[in-house]
Design a protein around this ligand. Structure first.
Ligand code: 3MF
Ligand code: MG
Ligand code: MG
Length: 397
């Protein structure tokens, strides 16, 4: 355990905008085919542990901390007061709030259900979360419309459903404008999160690109307030290059928030901790984000494995996840300032030196040797990932 955790001090960890979600710390190991393997953990404990570790911000779903029946009641006020006290004690702030619109039975037909009373309730929930966010001092609201889709065909009319979904977001943005004005705070950044498979069979907004199209659809009253919370694994699951998906969001100025984790292509949402499956790809992702000055949150949206104990969640899982992220972040800095990669990149951009030509053979020949540098750069990235660029001793030869 000592060999794995503790690479960085809490002070070093606090320099990064890493957010710890309530649901990750409290995850009890249950799933569709799995019974829980851990005991429940209260928000007081989760917040206290994050504070000790150096995770300086916390995020939550409304119902992670407030039972659905208590939402909007005096009990909500009491619980929010307790959360504020726990945050203060641990020197942690709340960065993000999100509405659970996927778990409760009422959302079986999605928050954009054809039933007007379900839609009205969903809108009320989003508005209530926005108010919670302001009360807790958050700057971000995230929306994963998990159940926006269907299992069986025929009943759902997609354009109508998307219009209804937009109405909910419009209500949330409108409430945000009012609430922010009342409290003399900035409005929240509203971030849409896509996932291609699960929990519906067919999903209406399955990818970050679909979300970008939705933001530009004309259905949103305040498209400038709405951006993305891509999740690394959610993009990988459908088979795209995560880095390319993030690049498309960056070009639109819509990369507001980022859920960090890892997993496998074309599998379910395994939510493995950042960098444990695809460290080389993760390094490359962070090179992109560092080079574009991304300053938003890195949200640890992963599930400590079921095989890890309650003790292990906070003593092994979280410290190693955070420290792996920081190591990769620092390596990305090394990549950006690496003389070999910089020389190779500059040489590639310089081209082969052909004077204006329309002879493809001539252009190809002039660039041929240069293009070998692609593979050299990839190798160098691997060396930096493994620390071989600083020298490695071999036991043979
Ligand atoms: C599901 C998720 C969610 C969202 C969360 C915030 C439970 O796959 O990733 O985590 O991130 O609902 O919107
Ligand atoms: Mg997520
Ligand atoms: Mg996930």
């Amino acid at each position: 355990m000592k060999a794995c955790g503790g690479a960085y001090t809490p002070e070093q960890r606090r320099k990064h905008f890493i957010t710890g979600p309530q649901w990750a710390g409290a995850y009890d190991g249950s799933a569709l085919f799995h019974a829980p393997t851990r005991k429940p953990v209260s928000f007081e404990k989760v917040i206290e542990f994050y504070g000790k570790l150096g995770i300086r911000t916390w995020a939550t779903h409304d119902t992670d901390v407030i039972p659905a029946k208590a939402l909007g009641t005096d009990r909500q006020v009491e619980i929010l007061d307790k959360i504020k006290a726990a945050l203060k004690k641990a020197d942690v702030t709340c960065s993000m709030v999100t509405t659970e619109t996927f778990h409760h039975a009422v959302f079986a037909t999605s928050p954009a259900s054809e039933s007007p009373e379900i839609r009205e309730y969903a809108s009320w929930r989003l508005v209530n979360t926005v108010k919670m966010g302001h009360e807790l001092g958050a700057n971000y609201a995230v929306y994963w419309p998990g159940s926006l889709g269907y299992y069986v065909q025929g009943a759902v009319e997609e354009t109508e459903t998307l219009k209804w979904y937009a109405e909910g977001l419009n209500a949330a943005c409108e409430a945000d404008i009012k609430e922010a004005k009342k409290r003399k705070r900035n409005t929240l950044k509203h971030c849409l999160e896509a996932k291609p498979f699960e929990p519906q069979a067919e999903i209406l907004l399955p990818t970050s690109d679909a979300m970008l199209g939705f933001i530009d659809s004309g259905l949103l009253k305040y498209p400038e307030m709405v951006g993305l919370n891509p999740e690394y694994l959610h993009e990988l699951m459908w088979g795209t290059s995560v880095r390319a998906a993030l690049a498309r969001a960056l070009l639109k100025g819509k990369l507001f928030h980022f859920d960090i984790n890892d997993g496998y292509r074309l599998k379910h949402d395994v939510d493995i901790a950042v960098g444990l499956v695809n460290p080389l790809d993760w390094l490359n992702v962070l090179v992109l984000l560092r080079s574009h000055g991304y300053e938003g949150p890195f949200n640890l949206d992963y599930k400590p494995p079921r095989t890890t104990s309650n003790f292990g969640v906070f003593e092994v899982s979280f410290p190693t996840a955070v420290d792996r992220f920081i190591s990769l972040w620092e390596m990305a800095g090394e990549v950006l300032s690496d003389p070999i990669i910089n020389e190779a990149t500059a040489a590639l951009k310089g081209g082969g030196g052909v004077k204006k030509s329309i002879d493809p053979e001539e252009i190809f020949k002039a660039n041929k040797e240069l293009h070998t540098l692609h593979e050299l750069i990839a190798h160098r990235l691997f060396q930096i990932l493994c620390g071989f660029h600083t020298g490695r001793s071999y036991s043979i030869g």
